[in-house]
Design a protein around this ligand. Structure first.
Ligand code: NAP
Length: 245
């Protein structure tokens, strides 16, 4: 493979994809939003920062021709995913979405599905200690909670935050022992998470099951119509090979 591919990244699979494509001989440019202070950088070229919406990305694609774009952003990165679909449509550059499958409940799980972070804030009313693992963006939805909230994020969260917040700065993956210890230490009685999927952050779900703690899960937003979706790095490689990139 000898072509040039733009990988919209910021996830573990985007980094694994960049490594695999570089090893395949593809000229990879990974794009990061620039949210995390010290991001784990993938191999290949890296650009950092927003494009300026769909129009900005389309302009970037015209100035920096690539054979394909792979949108490997997080399942909840809705703005970037929508921009990628619009810009690919406007420029005619082939686009593939790489998205890991969501989580599925197992026997013993007490999962409560909601459609939004605001819905999650409503679902945890009445609990004593809420473990918020939804990332530092969007925490304002929980600012009105009076419960003790344990917020875990890579970089320090910014206000507005719940009045009684304990911040735990950490980057996954997390082990089951880590998660059991954290839930016990703070006497967590409900966990809030997005349905991110994947193994990197799934141990909290196992820990919650083992301790009989309910989990409030935020459903994934829908994907743009007409964009092909795959779940694995190998499927992306197959797609790229099939296009003779
Ligand atoms: P978002 O709401 O879809 O993105 C907001 C804006 O950030 C986009 O419109 C775009 O700015 C810029 N952006 C996002 N991803 C980018 C990328 N890979 N390269 C260049 N610009 C990017 O997404 P988000 O939720 O803020 O997530 C930002 C990044 O963090 C993504 O790369 C995502 O994969 C990662 N992440 C997100 C979550 C989450 O829960 N949302 C969790 C873990 C990791 P312009 O409009 O100016 O182009």
């Amino acid at each position: 493979m000898t072509g040039r591919v733009l990988v919209l990244g910021g996830t573990g699979e985007a980094r694994r994809l960049a490594s695999a494509l570089v090893a395949d001989g593809v000229d990879v440019v990974s794009s990061l939003a620039g949210r995390v202070a010290e991001p784990a950088l993938p191999p290949g070229a890296v650009r950092i920062g927003g494009f300026g919406g769909a129009g900005g990305l389309a302009e970037w694609l015209r100035a920096n021709p690539v054979d394909a774009v792979v949108d490997a952003t997080h399942p909840f990165a809705t703005a970037m995913t929508a921009s990628a679909a619009a810009a690919a449509g406007a420029t005619g550059v082939p686009l593939l979405r790489l998205q890991r499958p969501g989580w599925s409940a197992q026997p013993g799980d007490d999962w409560r599905w909601v459609d939004s972070l605001a819905g999650a804030a409503g679902a945890v009313q009445g609990f004593g200690c809420v473990f918020l693992t939804t990332g530092r963006q969007g925490l304002a939805a929980f600012a009105g909670l009076t419960a003790h909230c344990v917020v875990r994020s890579v970089d320090p969260p910014e206000p507005p935050l719940p009045a009684r917040t304990t911040t735990v700065l950490a980057r996954g993956p997390f082990s089951l022992d880590d998660e059991l210890a954290l839930l016990r230490e703070h006497a967590v009685d409900v966990v809030v998470t997005k349905d991110s999927g994947g193994p990197m952050t799934a141990a909290k779900l196992t820990a919650a099951r083992e301790l009989g703690v309910p989990v409030v899960l935020v459903r994934r937003p829908p994907l743009p119509a007409g964009v092909p979706v795959v779940a694995t790095v190998d499927e992306v490689r197959g797609w790229i090979r099939s296009r003779a990139i």
